[in-house]
Design a protein. Structure first.
Length: 197
């Protein structure tokens, strides 16, 4: 009888242990699934980081290109003004050189007339006086001759920033740029929410 009770008790104990063992095996399976899932998430994090880094670099390259283009436009405007002002000064200097040459010729001619014999001097006096009446105007002030430096530099950073704002589209939905779940092949029971990280 003792043997039968022992067998019966052993059987009951084994059944209880089978139930516990089944729970342990389920926990083991769940833990292994979780480990696999987390390993895949860890790999996906690296992929996300690489992709996001590429996107950051692309966005900054667009900003750099915008700044290079804007710099080129502004340098071109400066060069155009430089060319216009230089051409204007060249023309004014050429005209003034002609006027100086003409005035020098007039002075030399008058000085020659003044060294002439008195009779000859008096004969040519009216013509010499007329020649001495210089119609040459005093050179004008060139207030607009220099480059408008302030026009090119005043608030430059602010104006470029304003123009940049027109080209940048702000995404109000920041979450649309975030991944709120693990990769599609992962189980539903182990969701990854970066907002909680």
């Amino acid at each position: 009888m003792l043997k039968l009770e022992t067998v019966h008790t052993a059987t009951d104990c084994k059944e209880k242990l089978k139930t516990e063992l089944k729970l342990l095996k389920e926990k083991l399976e769940n833990s292994e699934d979780c480990k696999l899932n987390w390993s895949q998430i860890a790999e996906y994090i690296q992929i996300q980081a690489q992709q996001t880094e590429c996107q950051i670099r692309e966005q900054f390259e667009k900003l750099h290109q915008f700044l290079r283009d804007e710099e080129a436009v502004r340098i071109a405007a400066l060069r155009e003004e430089e060319e216009q002002k230089s051409q204007m000064m060249k023309e004014k200097i050429e005209k003034l050189s002609r006027d100086i040459s003409s005035l020098s010729d007039t002075i030399r001619a008058i000085e020659e007339e003044m060294r002439a014999e008195d009779v000859l001097f008096l004969q040519n006096y009216k013509a010499t006086v007329k020649r001495a009446q210089c119609t040459l105007q005093h050179p004008e002030e060139l207030s607009e001759a220099l480059i408008h430096v302030a026009q090119h530099l005043a608030n430059l950073k602010f104006r470029v920033w304003e123009k940049m704002q027109d080209t940048v589209q702000y995404n109000e939905s920041r979450k649309s740029l975030q991944v709120s779940s693990v990769p599609p092949n992962q189980g539903v029971s182990y969701r990854f929410d970066p907002g909680s990280a």
